[in-house]
Design a protein around this ligand. Structure first.
Ligand SMILES: [Zn+2]
Length: 370
């Protein structure tokens, strides 16, 4: 992994933490404000209940004053009634007294109503007062908590910012600008590559030739990186090409190479050459390329002449070297020849492995080729 990428990854983690802290710091006053709003609602309710109680009280006094007035009037009428001369005058006064007494009763009813109401009002005021007290205590606690968390966050934030500034100094300005632009747009500035896919936008990537350079995703522009923990061991570049394009050896070729895992006690490479009425066989040790035994010559093509070598376990390989060239090898084949045969054998074994005749997929050790 490049050092630039490591720095960027750390920067991204730092930026994320800074963002989280900033969001938390911003959220705390909002929470306090929400509780304060609720508190204001409770206060208003209490004021309303108190005002209603006050209005009731004022009304009661008004009704009591009215009764007082009426009773003064009634006693005045009674005094007058003693001094009237005519029956009409007396009846008129009596009528006034009855009228006033009726008014007194009406006012008394009003007072009773107010007194009944007053009980409810009292309860309302008491409830609102209790609620206000509880909410006030709660908001004090919340505010205290918010102050504490905010102070902690501020300290952490300052530390993270110092860390971020340090990281930014180690990253090239161009790369930093690119990262800033992408993170602003997409929340993350880097994306891991897995199976040739950008994990940020899930788009398949073109194969990269130069792994020394920082690479961006063509699609989302994120800076790409590989996490070795998630990467399968990279195979040599040439092998997958071999794997797909492995040519099929020709059945009627004048020279045929075979691999046998069970040549006697060892693994061996065998080469057969058809020449006119006869064919020859050479055998080489698989890993060293040293010739085993003598060159055998028999009548007929190799298929007829050496049937005991063409076993079920023998694998036909690609490869052709001129007979004269093979003679120059002497007792050991050249390393590049051996390497080429090994590579083709691996490709052939992979082909065999992919064939359905292998055992049903068990993730256990690689089973020997069938
Ligand atoms: Zn992408």
């Amino acid at each position: 992994m490049l050092s630039d990428i490591e720095q960027l990854l750390e920067l991204q983690a730092t930026d994320k933490e800074i963002r989280r802290l900033q969001e938390e710091i911003a959220a705390l006053p909002k929470r306090v404000a929400a509780i304060e709003e609720k508190l204001a609602g409770t206060k208003a309710q209490l004021e309303k209940a108190r005002a209603a109680a006050k209005a009731d009280e004022a009304n009661r006094k008004k009704f009591e004053a009215a009764i007082q007035d009426l009773q003064t009037k009634i006693s005045k009428y009674r005094d007058q009634s003693l001094e009237v001369k005519t029956n009409e005058q007396y009846k008129a006064l009596l009528h006034e007294i009855q009228f006033a007494e009726q008014d007194v009763r009406i006012n008394e009813d009003h007072i009773l109503e107010v007194m009944i109401n007053a009980e409810t009002r009292e309860k309302e005021v008491k409830a609102a007062e209790a609620e206000l007290k509880a909410e006030t205590a709660e908001i004090e606690k919340e505010k205290e908590e918010a102050r504490r968390v905010t102070a902690e966050d501020q300290t952490k934030l300052a530390e993270w910012k110092v860390k971020r500034d340090g990281l930014r100094q180690n990253i090239s300005a161009d790369l930093l600008r690119h990262y800033e632009r992408v993170i602003k747009l997409r929340n993350t500035g880097l994306a891991e590559v897995r199976d040739h896919k950008c994990m940020g936008c899930q788009v398949m990537l073109r194969p990269q030739t130069n792994s020394e350079q920082v690479v961006f995703c063509d699609s989302c522009q994120r800076v790409l990186y590989f996490d070795p923990a998630n990467e399968p061991k990279p195979e040599p570049v040439a092998e997958p090409v071999h794997h797909k394009r492995r040519p099929r050896p020709k059945a009627d070729a004048p020279q045929a190479w075979f691999y046998r895992p069970d040549y006697g006690d060892e693994e061996a490479l065998l080469v057969f050459t058809n020449g006119g009425d006869t064919s020859t066989r050479r055998v080489y040790e698989m890993h060293t390329g040293r010739q085993i035994g003598e060159i055998l010559t028999r009548e007929g093509s190799y298929r007829q002449a050496f049937p005991e070598d063409l076993t079920d376990t023998a694998i036909r390989l690609n490869g052709y070297w001129d007979e004269k060239e093979i003679e120059t090898w002497g007792l050991e084949m050249p390393t590049n020849t051996l390497d080429a045969l090994h590579a083709d054998l691996r490709a052939a074994q992979r082909e065999h492995g992919a064939a359905p005749k292998e055992e049903p997929a068990t993730p256990a050790e690689h089973s020997p080729a069938p």
